[in-house]
Design a protein around this ligand. Structure first.
Ligand SMILES: C[S@@+](CC[C@H](N)C(=O)[O-])C[C@H]1O[C@@H](n2cnc3c(N)ncnc32)[C@H](O)[C@@H]1O
Ligand SMILES: *[C@@H]1O[C@H](CO)[C@@H](O)[C@H](O)[C@H]1NC(C)=O
Ligand SMILES: *[C@@H]1O[C@H](CO)[C@@H](O)[C@H](O)[C@H]1NC(C)=O
Ligand SMILES: *[C@@H]1O[C@H](CO)[C@@H](O)[C@H](O)[C@H]1NC(C)=O
Length: 279
């Protein structure tokens, strides 16, 4: 578990450069600029072309086994409202594993934390999950838009989906939520100051049979971003036992975890009622 595949890659560097540039651009925006139309304004399209090398405003994700195309809109300026590779990796994993394993997501309570555009959550809803996609308040319009764009596909399944604000560690919110069967964290571990709250949120919303899926792009060794991931991986191991997920993306590492049964953690998790301030 120590060699978690941290590699220096050109895409990682590109990601950092792009994130920095997007951040800079974002700072100059007075408020969150959430377009209401699916079309990019000429400025945005041009900006996107320049920064992202022609990535389109609209992205699609195919769920072949369901004959569903998920539609997403990405933001050219706000780095959180783009679609990260791990989200695609998780969505594909969910679909494939449902095909192999008797639609295991169907009917399950699914929570996506730091969902951004919520692709894994949308995929889980299409697979029959009862999904809550969550993020900070400023991302809610994007999550809701993703739901609206794909409502027809979701309504045609037995799945449900809703977007809610959940800032990690928010006691009141966590207390109001049920424990979840599947918790998804995609590309959201990069700020060491949020790691304790993230882990505590995951623990408090788990029961002793919860499945956790975590996927993260690799960070440059020794960077503060990598520090956040290392801390997450180390500290969460007290509660969850992770094993690598075989996904086809070279630049992200993915894990599936279950509540750790080796120590008395299982007991600890079931004792921590929502709202308990331990951790
Ligand atoms: C890089 S984006 C990834 C988005 C999406 N999961 C994906 O894979 O495409 C990280 C997301 O984590 C969210 N996030 C970061 N810190 C958070 C916190 N403390 N509470 C809730 N969400 C948080 C951000 O708002 C952002 O949407
Ligand atoms: C898949 O969906 C498309 C459009 O919704 C439809 O035309 C096609 O017949 C479907 N194929 C299968 C195999 O269900
Ligand atoms: C789905 O979850 C929501 C929120 O937790 C709940 O209100 C609803 O009853 C659930 N639906 C089903 C079919 O269990
Ligand atoms: C709904 O599902 C049926 C059968 O599963 C399929 O034939 C149809 O194309 C679907 N419609 C949409 C809008 O996805």
């Amino acid at each position: 578990m120590t060699q978690i595949g941290i590699r220096k890659t050109i895409p990682t560097l590109l990601f950092l450069v792009i994130t920095a540039r997007l951040d800079e651009a974002h700072k100059s925006q007075e408020s969150e600029n959430v377009p209401t139309s699916q079309e990019a304004s000429p400025f945005d399209a041009e900006y996107l072309d320049r920064v992202w090398g022609g990535l389109s405003w609209k992205r699609e994700h195919e769920m072949k086994t369901l004959n569903i195309t998920l539609h997403l809109k990405i933001h050219p300026i706000n780095p959180v409202a783009v679609l990260w590779e791990p989200a695609t990796a998780i969505a594909s994993y969910l679909e494939e594993s449902c095909e192999e394993n008797n639609n295991w997501v169907r009917g399950k309570k699914v929570l996506e934390l730091g969902a951004g555009l919520g692709l894994p959550g949308l995929a889980a809803a299409c697979l029959g999950g009862n999904v809550t996609v969550t993020d900070k308040p400023e991302l809610l319009p994007w999550l809701q838009h993703g739901i609206d764009l794909n409502l027809k596909s979701i309504q045609n399944t037995s799945g449900e989906i809703r977007a809610e604000v959940l800032i990690w560690g928010d006691d009141e919110k966590i207390r109001s939520m049920p424990r979840q069967d599947l918790i998804i964290v995609s590309e959201a571990i990069y700020d060491i100051s949020t790691v304790d709250d993230l882990i505590s949120t995951m623990v408090r919303l788990s029961h002793d049979d919860t499945t956790i899926i975590v996927s993260q792009g690799v960070w440059i060794e020794g960077s503060t971003l990598e520090g956040a991931w290392t801390k997450f991986f180390h500290d969460s191991a007290e509660y969850f036992e992770f094993s690598p997920l075989p996904v086809e993306y070279d630049d992200s590492i993915s894990f599936v975890g279950k509540v750790r049964k080796t120590s008395n953690t299982e007991e600890k998790i079931s004792e921590i009622s929502p709202g308990h301030t331990e951790l």
